[in-house]
Design a protein around this ligand. Structure first.
Ligand code: AMP
Ligand code: GLY
Length: 431
């Protein structure tokens, strides 16, 4: 099978690495890919994965490429091409593509849509309101005592969520999003949720339009600095499984969330085939959904795919054609920890082009895989080329072992200004 993967981050490297292990894969391209992706080889025939210089949002050229190469399956990593309708476009030309269609992508591209859907279908979520009117929005904040979270409706590069502790902050947040349009058109409407306290975990489920198969739990670390301090980032590290939901609790959460979700999709005429990634707060009143993403998480994918024992090509093909019901997801009992190494200054301004050393030594360690995110090949050397640079991922017999293996690997890698959190997975040991 000839496979095209779209995207260039750590998530896409993990997808490529796992898809390359499949005996079904005979040729693979990644658009645009990165330096680590370009080093992958297919298990079946040793062929190199070829990075092609096409942007993940350049739909017409991606389509032309897939047609020219007769790709049997295209796998979409990031949210933007999904929201732009890449799946609808490819399908209308008879091409097989994995990812959600434009209508289903609304779960991520519109927080108002998701909030209304959750309320309509009884999915546990925060008490919330949706508003297009500034005065009504502020009044609702006041009804929550100002302790609330104000969210721009549309895609805002992960930045359109403002956490407020009092009414003055809440009014400022509403003004920033709805009046000053700090996030542009994304802020024409807002969702305002009560502020929920608890432990946050990531859920993932693979869906095929009817069936949703839940993954084990994982946890991201969104803040830049140890102890959850500093600015929000795309994610500084993950681990799986987490100790916060046992198997019975996870099954119960899946029932309370995924069953009404899939039922609601069918009722609304949404053909949800792809990945559903709910962000969940485990509150003292049970799990509550904060948001839905309509794609694999980054860096959740890195820990999930190092634990997944199935052939990913088979799973994604089943997700596309509606036959997931007959497959069982199989997970390694080993734990996985991913530590993100970022450029100095990230998530603010940072330099690019810093030479990275020690990658081979890190990859040579047992049960260790260094996924590349922002890297490029320059004059024969691998250099930094983005904010999040690497996702150093290791398996271990338990989380402690995986954590120490990941940090041993991190210790082998150097680049100028490298920064990483030293407490990835530490929360797991505090329960
Ligand atoms: P979202 O993009 O909606 O997941 O929000 C980004 C982050 O804001 C989440 O990962 C949470 O840490 C935080 N957050 C969002 N909604 C709430 C809420 N209702 N209560 C507390 N924290 C929240
Ligand atoms: N792990 C955060 C995200 O993928 O949105």
């Amino acid at each position: 099978m000839k496979i095209l993967v779209i995207g260039s981050g750590g998530r896409e490297h993990a997808l490529v690495w796992k898809l390359a292990q499949s005996p079904n894969t005979t040729q693979m391209w990644c658009a645009p890919g990165n330096a680590g992706i370009a080093q992958e080889r297919l298990a079946k025939n040793g062929a190199a994965v070829e990075c092609v210089n096409l942007g993940a949002e350049d739909l017409p050229r991606l389509l032309a490429f897939a047609q020219e190469k007769k790709a049997d399956l295209t796998v979409v990593g990031p949210d933007n091409p999904l929201a732009l309708g890449i799946v609808d476009l490819f399908q209308s030309h008879g091409l097989r593509i994995w990812g959600v269609n434009r209508k289903a992508a609304q779960f991520e591209s519109s927080k108002v849509f998701s909030q209304k859907f959750m309320e309509k279908y009884g999915i546990p979520t925060a008490a919330a309101g949706t508003f297009s009117d500034v005065v009504a929005a502020k009044k609702f904040c006041a009804s929550l005592g100002g302790k609330c979270v104000v969210k721009a409706d549309g895609l805002a590069l992960g930045k359109g969520v403002l956490i407020c502790t009092n009414q003055a902050e809440a009014e400022k947040a509403v003004d920033e999003i709805m009046v000053s349009k700090a996030f542009g058109a994304a802020g024409a409407n807002v969702v305002i949720q009560e502020f929920l306290e608890g432990i946050e975990v990531s859920l993932h489920a693979l869906c095929d339009g009817r069936t949703a198969k839940i993954f084990p739990t994982s946890q991201d670390h969104k803040r830049a600095l140890d102890g959850d301090l500093g600015l929000n980032t795309g994610g500084m590290g993950t681990y799986s499984p987490t100790p916060f939901l046992n198997d019975a609790q996870l099954a119960d959460t899946a029932k309370k969330v995924l069953e009404p979700f899939m039922r609601g999709c069918v009722a609304e005429g949404i053909d949800y085939r792809g990945l559903l990634y709910p962000g969940v707060m485990l509150t003292k009143n049970g799990p509550k959904i904060l948001e839905f993403n309509a794609r694999f998480g980054d860096p959740e994918t890195q820990v999930y795919l190092t634990r997944l024992e199935n052939d990913l090509v088979e799973l994604l093909a089943a997700s596309v054609c509606g036959s997931l019901g007959s497959l069982e997801l199989k997970w390694s009992p080993l734990a996985s920890v991913c530590v993100v190494m970022a450029s100095g200054g990230y998530p603010g301004n940072y330099a690019k082009g810093k030479v990275i050393t020690g990658l081979d030594a890190a990859n040579a360690l047992p049960h260790t895989k260094v996924f590349h995110a922002g890297t490029a090949l320059k004059d024969g050397q691998i250099v930094t080329n983005g904010g999040r640079v690497l996702g150093v991922t290791a398996l271990g017999k338990d989380l402690k072992a995986a954590q120490s293996a990941a940090y041993v690997a991190v210790g082998k890698i150097q680049f100028d200004g490298a920064h990483f959190r030293r407490d990835i997975a530490a929360k797991a040991f505090s329960v």
